[in-house]
Design a binder for this molecule. Structure first.
Ligand code: ASP
Length: 318
């Protein structure tokens, strides 16, 4: 008997201001619709998460694809991962500068390469050779982000001049508690009619990051994970703490040990806060179709759909 499909997406966890709620909700719902079209016609969970993430990479609201945060040098550097729970095959790209849709390249790596992960120019070359179009870095940069970086760097310089300690990389250090810094990474987890689960995550990383810095999002088990024997998960938030806990895999392991995704997602957020003072959000889904959505930030954009129900929001009460 075919399984009832399920799709969950997120668009970042942080103290999102009121005037940005509508754009985030529209974005996650558009992504949900695209992924659901795939599942509804019997397509795979892998195709569904890819299509959902592409929609959010193309939406400038999010820190993924065009409109992403700029690094310290004023460039966009993107990371993405996609993983198939049926086979454990995965494809990841890191620090790519010329791909509008890094998840498309990640998918090609999963399907057409014996390798799992490509970075920088090698990733771009692989993508181009496999029919994923390249763009220029300027195509990914929008005026909002140029201004955001300028204001941030000016504030840092001012702090330095006045003798206060600038945020600098401390922004991501173990003691940072600032949820007002936007975290608009995107992700999706899906269950298809064949009972297979998959996950994908895509990001521009963090504002003013050092060139070459890679976050959690595209690392297997950190920002993304999928295994039919446990769960599919996608995380967002402050990447360094999430990486240290290998949080997506940690959560999947809790689920394979018999805990419900709903509880495991919440537990992951408590663990993140308590163990490394991290903040963020997570979506999880097991092959039985149970979902978990949790965040320890004031808000996280999320949406899910099952055959019976569809919901979205920016706060998830568990
Ligand atoms: N986790 C991402 C990173 O650290 C950022 C985010 O989720 O917004 O690169």
């Amino acid at each position: 008997m075919p399984t009832d499909p399920v799709l969950v997406v997120h668009g970042g966890a942080w103290a999102m201001p009121d005037d940005m709620v509508e754009a985030h909700l529209r974005g996650v719902n558009n992504a949900l619709a695209a992924g659901w079209r795939v599942l509804e016609r019997g397509g795979s969970s892998l195709d569904a998460v890819e299509e959902a993430v592409v929609i959010m990479e193309d939406d400038e609201t999010f820190d993924a694809g065009r409109g992403s945060f700029l690094n310290r040098d004023g460039k966009v550097q993107l990371d993405a991962l996609i993983m198939d729970g049926a086979t454990l095959r995965a494809g990841g790209v890191g620090c790519v500068e010329r791909l509008c849709n890094p998840v498309r390249a990640a998918r090609k790596i999963l399907s057409e390469s014996p390798h799992v992960y490509f970075v920088g120019e090698g990733a771009e070359k692989f993508a181009a050779e496999h029919g994923v179009p390249l763009c220029s870095n300027e195509d990914l940069i929008i005026p909002r982000e140029v201004e955001r970086l300028r204001a941030y760097q000016a504030a840092q310089a001012e702090l330095k001049r006045s003798g206060s300690k600038p945020d600098g990389n401390d922004l991501f250090a173990g003691d940072s508690d600032d949820t007002t810094i936007s975290h608009d990474t995107v992700g999706a987890v899906a269950l298809d009619r064949d009972g297979n689960i998959a996950a994908a995550t895509s990001t521009g990383g963090t504002l003013n990051k050092a060139p070459g810095r890679l976050g959690d999002s595209s690392l297997i088990g950190c920002g993304c994970y999928a295994d039919n024997l446990s769960a599919a998960a996608s995380t967002t938030g402050w990447g360094e703490p999430i990486m240290k806990l290998v949080l997506a895999k940690w959560t999947a392991d809790r689920i394979s040990a018999g805990n419900l995704p709903e509880w495991s997602a919440q537990e992951a957020m408590n663990y993140l806060k308590q163990r490394v003072n991290g903040h963020g959000g997570i979506i999880v889904l097991n092959p039985e179709g149970h979902i978990g959505i949790a965040h320890n930030t004031p808000r996280m954009a999320w949406a899910y759909r099952t055959v019976k129900k569809q919901e979205s929001g920016v706060v998830r009460e568990n």
